[in-house]
Design a protein around this ligand. Structure first.
Ligand code: ZN
Ligand code: FE
Length: 255
């Protein structure tokens, strides 16, 4: 691992993440839901803050930024495509662009769907991807702005990362996502055991984030829409992948 990663609960159910490049001590934050718990974590660790990586413009991912900028003067990084709605950016990036946190290279993946201009930050050398409200543990973000085609394309890019990639998503929604996933695929044994594991973690107040991509591929209904066994489980054997995804997303909206 090239990064030390800390998960910080914020607001009611958000997560922010601190990433420290082990080689240089440079520190980045992924999303700024509120400043207080992030400042507290930085002080406890004795870390500075060199960079803030913003995934998308929603208030529960950016509202803590002004205090952090005033105190630490980090480089603020976000999507060029959404620069008009994001806080003022020092580095505006596009799909496929790379940047350095110390000696660790980050890659930008456009994962539009929840919002248009939502990006994920992938660090291949750390086997870590920060997906916020695109791919979530056992779920995916609601389609506030994008189309099912757009989100399916975004999820397909994430699904193609190495299966040992660790997925850091933006919210603790996993227990309710598990209920929905079980309603879709009640016979999925991997899902049944994951749901039990999630229930016991939540009973102890333990975060269910991060997860691994291989777990998501085995259990997350929104990543499984292309599989023949999944299509048949939901009675859509003759439908296209994106139509199956769209139907499952709609079912979740009304669950
Ligand atoms: Zn959001
Ligand atoms: Fe959010």
């Amino acid at each position: 691992m090239t990064l030390e990663i800390i998960t910080i609960p914020c607001l009611a159910d958000n997560y922010a993440f601190l990433l420290r490049d082990k080689a240089t001590g440079k520190v980045a934050l992924v999303d700024a839901p509120e400043s207080y718990p992030i400042e507290a974590a930085l002080k406890e660790k004795g870390w500075g803050l060199d960079m803030v990586l913003l995934t998308h413009h929603h208030y529960d991912h950016v509202d803590g930024l002004p205090e952090l900028v005033a105190e630490y003067h980090p480089v603020v990084v976000g999507a060029k495509a959404d620069a008009c709605r994001l806080p003022s950016l020092d580095l505006a990036l596009n799909e496929g662009d790379t940047f350095m946190l110390g000696e660790t290279k980050g890659h930008v993946i456009d994962v539009s769907g929840h919002t248009i201009g939502h990006i994920a930050f992938n660090f291949p050398s750390a086997h870590a991807v920060f997906t916020a409200d695109s791919l979530m543990a056992l779920g995916c973000g609601r389609l506030f702005e994008g189309t099912p085609e757009m989100m399916w394309g975004s999820l397909s890019k994430l699904a193609a990362l190495p299966p040992d990639t660790v997925v850091y998503s933006g919210h603790e929604y996993t227990a309710s996502n598990a209920k929905f996933a079980l309603s879709v695929e009640p016979e999925n044994a991997a899902l049944q055991s994951r749901a039990q594991n999630i229930a016991s973690k939540r009973a102890q107040g333990v975060a269910t984030i991060p997860s691994t991509l291989s777990e998501e591929l085995a259990t997350n209904p929104f990543l499984r829409a292309a599989l023949p066994e999944f299509k048949s489980a939901v009675g859509m054997s003759d439908s296209s992948d994106v139509d199956v995804f769209a139907a499952i997303r709609k079912r979740k909206d009304n669950f």
